[in-house]
Every structure is written in structure tokens, then in C-alpha cells.
Design a protein around this ligand. Sequence first.
Ligand SMILES: [Fe+2]
Ligand SMILES: [Fe+2]
Length: 131
Amino acid sequence: MTALAWTDALQLQHEELDRTHEEFVQLLNEVEAALPDQPWDAFQRLLAHTEAHFAMEEGWMQQLGFEPENCHSRQHTMVLELMREVGTRYQAGEHEPLERLVPALAEWFPQHAEMMDAALVFTLQQQGAAA
Ligand SMILES: [Fe+2]
Ligand SMILES: [Fe+2]
């Protein structure tokens, strides 16, 4: 089963970010495919990728002069904290939070991309940076 499909609607017309987002969707689907028995390695890849993905966006925000504690960054922080917590619980033998995280991320991601990331791309393009 596929947790989330990569569609044109998710494209933000920013090559690097679109490639990163497509990889995120692919890695999320790999976690889904590995459930319920073997999701750990795929989850580690998704977590590492998400850390780099968010750090890339944070770097752009910094270049653009965003406040470090802005709403977009706070959402990244919350998602990473949740993912790390779910990983800790998985390793402690609690598997259900990871099973619930996959559909939650599949629901969260399109909203985040269409609102937060799209606004970031718009600002980057307005300022002619990294577009
Ligand atoms: Fe993003
Ligand atoms: Fe973002």
C-alpha cells in the first residue's frame, strides 16, 4: 500500500525542493511498505532525510532574514521531535506509535508543502535567491 502518492499538486516549481519532497514521499512509502515487521531501517532513512530536508529550508529562511523562531521552523521542530520520540518508543518495544505516524505524516505533508513550503518558495523567488 502507498501512504502518499507523489502528484503534480505537490510540486512547488523549485527543482531542489521538489526533488527533496519527492524523496520524502518515497521514503515515507518505504516505511509503510516495511510495516508492520521491519520498518526500522526505512524509518531511520526517513528521519535522516527529514533532518536534512528541514535544515535545507531553515538555511534558506536564515538567508532571507526570517526570525529563527518562526511558525514554519516551529512546525519542523515539532515534527522532528515527534519522529524522534516515536523512534525511541519503537526501540522500547512500542510499535503502534510508528504505525500511526505514517498516516499522520502522509496527512500533514501536503498541507505543510502547500502552505509553509510554498510561501518559502514564493519569498525565495521574489528575492531571486536559490530559485
Ligand atoms: Fe519541505
Ligand atoms: Fe517546511
